[in-house]
Design a protein around this ligand. Sequence first.
Ligand SMILES: [Zn+2]
Length: 128
Amino acid sequence: MIINIDAKSWHGNTIRSRFEDKLMYEPNTGCWIWTGAITGNNKYGALKISQNEAIKTHRLSYIIYKGEIPDGLLVLHNCDNALCCNPNHLRLGTQLENIKERTMKQRTRNRYSVKQLGKAPGREGGQF
Ligand SMILES: [Zn+2]
């Protein structure tokens, strides 16, 4: 996808300025948190770049500050915050790396949630 970040979009602002307007700096982590829209089917930020096209904001950030994303590569977060757009927290990676990372994190999360939640009360032996 080729994006001209400094071209005025259909409502008069550049993509770059609409992107930077919605970032919030988080001093503890150094994350740049996206405060605008979130994509419908996952947890990433999204910015409309034309009437009917949106881009994930961490990918847009990578393009603005670091450069083009080679075909087939993903932009991964070092800081584990999907809404973070700090280019220093972003790196290129493969789908395989992404899955490996997610699996490792889920394993940790599951161990945690089993301990925390236990069994739901009143649901043992019942029929649903
Ligand atoms: Zn971050």
